[in-house]
Write a protein that binds this ligand. Structure first.
Ligand SMILES: [Zn+2]
Length: 339
């Protein structure tokens, strides 16, 4: 069994509690990452410690993997997943790059029968989630003195056209597409805008960031191409400016509820037996699970804490729930047939 969690957190800025103090008050631990997802890591470490006391013949072998860079690109989980890639050449290359102490044969022989990716799911079992693709759109114009705007090409006007087109695409095209019953419909929004060089210059450059959330079955590159085609057609020629839709800098598919139902049922049974709700659910946010699922390993997302406390100014986790999460993890590893 593989237990995976990401070590990175969002930034410490703007927090109303000591981000790194780890203050415990009224059964809650406060700090950046308490909920997303160091609390989940703590539950995994506690469960692993208890598991080590059990003879190997009576429990699963557990791989612990704490990866980096989940929040901004899933790159750690992408590399981890390569170790168990279907293509043996890819796996071998990943193995040689990571220079760990585990022998190659052992790694292959102990390919995980199931994986649990920790995120704050409130001890529910997530079987599906949305994906994401992000890109930048840039308007290139021609700078001139603002006393004679007609002789230039105003990039801010062009980017405003693109913003309007993408807003219509989200509201009129995506909103009509069928929603996934567990994780909702596809969405798109413009998240940043920048442009201009000064108050007396016709701007020659303006740019936006676009965030498109995918249904679990959608392909990131098709979603990008569709939105860009709509924007190109809607904007047309924009008074001498050129609109450039840069290739996506982040593209991550969603998690499909396909081969993970049985594994999810195992985790659910244990969770319920130990007093958690353990509902089978889908969520709107992306996780490392999609990268691991690409190897064919059944993956669910499961952990203590609520996503509503993730990334907040007073991030916290309930310590009783963290303990409950640890007991559930330990029990799932005792139920799996030892290899
Ligand atoms: Zn997280």
């Amino acid at each position: 069994v593989l237990w995976e969690a990401h070590q990175d957190t969002v930034a410490l800025d703007g927090m109303t509690v000591d981000p790194l103090g780890g203050e415990v008050r009224d059964g809650r631990l406060y700090g950046r990452g308490a909920c997303d997802v160091k609390g989940g890591i703590a539950a995994m470490l506690a469960a692993a410690t208890a598991l080590a006391e059990i003879p190997a013949a009576r429990r699963a072998t557990v791989w612990l993997a704490f990866t980096v860079n989940e929040e901004c690109g899933f790159s750690g989980a992408t590399d981890l997943a390569r170790l168990w890639a279907a293509d043996e050449g890819v796996a071998r290359q990943a193995f040689e790059q990571c220079r760990g102490s585990v022998p190659w044969a052992e790694l292959r022989r102990r390919r995980p029968a199931g994986a649990i990716v920790s995120e704050p799911t409130g001890l529910d079992v997530v079987v599906t989630h949305r994906g994401v693709v992000r890109w930048q759109c840039l308007a290139h114009g021609r700078a001139v003195h603002s006393s004679d705007p007609g002789s230039g090409a105003n990039a801010v006007y062009a980017i405003a056209e693109a913003v309007g087109a993408l807003r219509r695409y989200a509201g009129e095209v995506l909103a009509r597409r069928p929603a996934d019953p567990l994780c909702g419909g596809p969405t798109l929004c413009v998240t940043t805008i920048r442009g201009g060089r000064g108050p007396n210059t016709v701007p020659d450059l303006a740019q936006i960031d676009v965030d498109r959330r995918l249904g679990p079955h959608e392909d990131p590159s098709e979603a990008y191409a569709d939105a860009v085609a709509f924007a190109r057609q809607a904007v047309g020629d924009c008074d001498g400016c050129v609109l450039e839709h840069a290739p996506p800098w982040l593209a991550s598919p969603g998690l499909e509820a396909r081969n993970n139902r049985e594994w999810a049922g195992d985790v659910q049974r244990v969770a319920r037996r130990l007093g958690a709700t353990g509902r089978i659910v889908g969520v709107p946010y992306g996780t490392n699970a999609a990268r691991l699922a690409a190897t064919g390993i059944p993956v669910v997302v499961f952990g203590p804490g609520s996503i509503r406390q993730a990334h907040t100014a007073d991030e916290w986790i309930d310590l009783a729930e963290l303990g409950q999460g640890a007991r559930i993890l330990l029990e799932t590893a005792r139920c799996v047939e030892p290899a």
